[in-house]
Write a protein of this length. Structure first.
Length: 401
């Protein structure tokens, strides 16, 4: 099954039914008067969040949707049948954007949330509506109005409390496997993770948080290198970022340089996302001696002063995982309590998330335009290399143990 986190669809609400022009004609009733009924309202189009969906792939194959139009009115003051509403199910975490205006229509964050995206047309009036003491036989009617038509961009962003950042093979999938029941693919080669995955980390009864793992970033990701930066949008709803670093990378790179490179890519994607709280997590410390680890921690303190929280762990040896998970839980509980007591803090957080999503959307659009221009230029390196920057061929395989 493919993981698709963006889709563009067209929705058309139903047209309102026309009002009827009719007069009552019965035996022995010479002047029956007008009896034309109103038309029916057109059906509207709604989006509804469903917990049973986790991809927008269905909208890639069926991008056009139309609600039923209302029926016209009839004689004997009969009102036309109302058009049936059209309800489209989308995954939880879907953002709905008007493709033509760029306006964000809403976010569907909880199962059962409904959003009206196209209003049905209003019914027309029958001639009975125009009857008066001076107009005994009106012939005026009104037609039903057209329903709204929109082009919508659907963006799926995973709902998680914690986001994992890091270079390929930094151990992000190993961490989410070690602390949760999630089982993403793990292998000893770059870009093992091709799509985001979620895991629920349970500390104790009624204390848990959701962690999101996204594909790794490399230097030049903002320019389209590797899998690019399009998956970073899934971190715009997280409250805390964990920057995982491999202390013994296969290529022998300096871990400090790796941190700086990823920080640069994050800033290029969204300044608001780069300003989010980030904790540095040094992984695979079981491969270092105690002296080497102490020297690395000392360098981090001097060369990376922006990281106030630094943790040393090993996902394979299960070292340092409990303190890390416990401190994350405590941090999140403090954030939730503050927002519960201070509505302004919650409003500020919502504004920050909106800013991150707008900046991220712009970065992805600019990258797509740049890649399209390079592909159209036969002399460019990307055109010669045949770089494929879309996600249409990314497959997700679900395996039941």
């Amino acid at each position: 099954m493919k993981f698709v986190d963006e889709a563009i669809i067209s929705v058309n609400a139903g047209k309102g039914g026309n009002g009827a022009l009719s007069f009552r004609r019965e035996k022995y009733i010479p002047r029956g008067g007008p009896d034309g009924g109103d038309g029916g309202d057109g059906g509207s189009v709604y989006l509804e969040a469903s917990a049973s969906l986790n991809t927008l792939i269905d909208f890639r194959f069926q991008p056009r949707y139309r609600a039923e139009s209302g029926r016209g009115g009839q004689g004997k003051s009969c009102t036309g049948h109302k058009g049936e509403d059209k309800t489209l199910e989308v995954p939880i975490g879907t953002t709905v954007i008007d493709e033509d205006t760029g306006e964000t229509l809403g976010d569907l964050l909880n199962a059962g949330d409904r959003l009206l995206v196209a209003q049905g047309g209003f019914h027309g009036l029958g001639n009975i509506r125009f009857k008066s003491s001076t107009n005994r036989a009106p012939r005026q009617t009104t037609p039903g109005s057209e329903g709204e038509a929109r082009r919508l961009r659907l963006e799926l962003k995973l709902l998680a409390d914690i986001g994992l950042l890091g270079m390929p093979n930094a151990g992000k999938s190993s961490l989410i496997t070690a602390v949760s029941a999630a089982r993403p693919k793990i292998a000893n080669y770059p870009f093992t993770t091709l799509v985001p995955s979620l895991g629920v980390v349970s500390i104790e009864a009624h204390r848990s948080f959701v962690m999101a793992d996204i594909p790794g970033l490399i230097a030049g990701a903002a320019e389209g290198a590797g899998l690019g930066i399009r998956f970073l949008k899934h971190l715009t709803r997280t409250r805390l970022l964990l920057h995982l670093v491999d202390v013994m990378p296969p290529d022998g790179a300096d871990p400090i340089d790796s941190v700086d490179q990823l920080d640069d890519e994050l800033s290029a994607f969204s300044a608001a996302l780069a300003s989010r709280p980030r904790w540095l997590v040094l992984n695979k410390i079981d491969l270092l001696s105690d002296d080497d680890l102490a020297n690395l921690l000392a360098r981090v303190k001097v060369e990376l002063p922006q990281y106030e929280h630094v943790y040393a762990i090993s996902t394979v040896a299960r070292l340092g995982l409990k303190p890390l998970s416990g401190n994350i839980m405590s941090c999140l509980e403090d954030i939730w309590l503050q927002e519960e007591e201070d509505p302004e803090a919650l409003l500020k957080e919502q504004e920050t998330q909106s800013a991150m999503q707008v900046e991220g959307r712009n970065s992805i659009a600019e990258l797509a335009e740049r890649r399209a221009a390079e592909k159209n230029n036969p002399s460019s390196e990307s055109a010669e290399d045949g770089i494929d920057d879309d996600d249409n061929d990314v497959e997700v395989e679900y395996v039941r143990d």
